[in-house]
Structures are given as structure tokens and as C-alpha cells.
Ligand binder design. Sequence first.
Ligand code: FES
Length: 101
Amino acid sequence: ITLIFRTAAGTETRVPATPGQSVMEAAVMNGVAGIEGECGGCLSCATCHVFAPEGLGTPGPDEDAMLDCTEVERGPRSRLSCQIAVTAAMDGAVFDIPAAE
Ligand code: FES
């Protein structure tokens, strides 16, 4: 499937993703700028912050706590992309990358 990552300036990058991966893994493997995934997905760095499309569920309690540690202030659509499992239904989904300060 294809995921789309969009910068604050509106530039879109399309990346291939496989169900079972995390959205963070798909972004990092394809060199999407602004999504670091420093901790490798163990929910301790918050450098995989994205603004997710509607309908992908809500953060669990640990993710919710880490969302208070993001570089760019969290919003209603904030998720940590390492906690979002890619599914086939996500084909074409657009994730907004928080603007770097
Ligand atoms: Fe570190 Fe998501 S990759 S919290």
C-alpha cells in the first residue's frame, strides 16, 4: 500500500508500506524527513510524532503520556507513528508531519 507524508509546507512524499509494519517504520525506511523514530518504536522518544488522519483509533495511555513530550505541541490528531500499525485499509492515508521549530 502507499502512505502519504505531508510537510507543513504542503510537500507530499509517497512511501510504500506493508501491513504489519508501523507507520514510523515505513517513514524511516523511506527517509521521510521529520520522522526520526529514535527509540525504534519502544515509546520513549516521541520523535515519531505525526498528525494522523481520522479513524485510526486513539492513543493508549502510555502513548498519550509520551505525546506530552513532543517537540511540536500536540493537537487533537496527534499520534506517535510507531504505535500505528499499517493496515490495508490505510492505502492513500495522509499523515501530516509536525513543522520543525
Ligand atoms: Fe520513539 Fe515512537 S519511535 S516513541
